[in-house]
Design a protein around this ligand. Structure first.
Ligand SMILES: Cc1cc2nc3c(=O)[nH]c(=O)nc-3n(C[C@H](O)[C@H](O)[C@H](O)COP(=O)(O)OP(=O)(O)OC[C@H]3O[C@@H](n4cnc5c(N)ncnc54)[C@H](O)[C@@H]3O)c2cc1C
Length: 105
């Protein structure tokens, strides 16, 4: 059966684009990542916050346990304004861990 060569063009070299590149590389599918900025995935975030849907994808790629080892569950969330006024407080995130996290370190 004739085979066609496939090359995937990924537009954007941030977390979604690089995760897709990782998945394609594992399947030996050719790809190119196009990134408008001078640097792919610059370290300009406060942290990496994963919900259960993202964690499931990382688990399918076999890298969730490594990431889980370097992080921890969020149980309390507080949001402040830049003048220090507390806008909100919730402990509801602990429910996500209680309901969805089945593995422990
Ligand atoms: C203010 C703010 C704070 C946040 N803080 C956090 C946090 O602390 N923790 C957390 O987990 N999440 C945080 N998020 C959410 C997080 O940034 C996004 O969920 C995540 O970046 C989405 O990833 P992405 O790869 O889908 O898109 P993006 O990160 O938006 O990446 C898109 C990439 O595509 C590139 N691009 C766009 N158009 C083109 C083009 N035409 N050609 C080539 N390249 C192109 C862009 O330059 C960019 O690099 C925050 C979001 C905001 C707005």
């Amino acid at each position: 059966m004739p085979t066609k060569s496939l090359k995937v063009v990924i537009v954007g070299g941030s977390i979604a684009g690089l995760l897709l590149a990782n998945a394609l590389a594992r399947q030996e599918i050719d790809f190119v990542v196009l990134e408008a900025r001078s640097e792919a995935a610059p370290c300009d975030g406060a942290g990496l916050c994963l919900l259960s849907s993202g964690a499931r994808i990382l688990d399918q790629l076999g890298i969730f346990e490594d990431i889980q080892y370097h992080g921890g569950p969020i149980s309390v969330q507080r949001i402040w304004r830049d003048d220090g006024k507390l806008l909100g407080h919730t402990e509801g995130l602990a429910l996500i861990t209680a309901r969805y996290v089945t593995t422990t370190r």
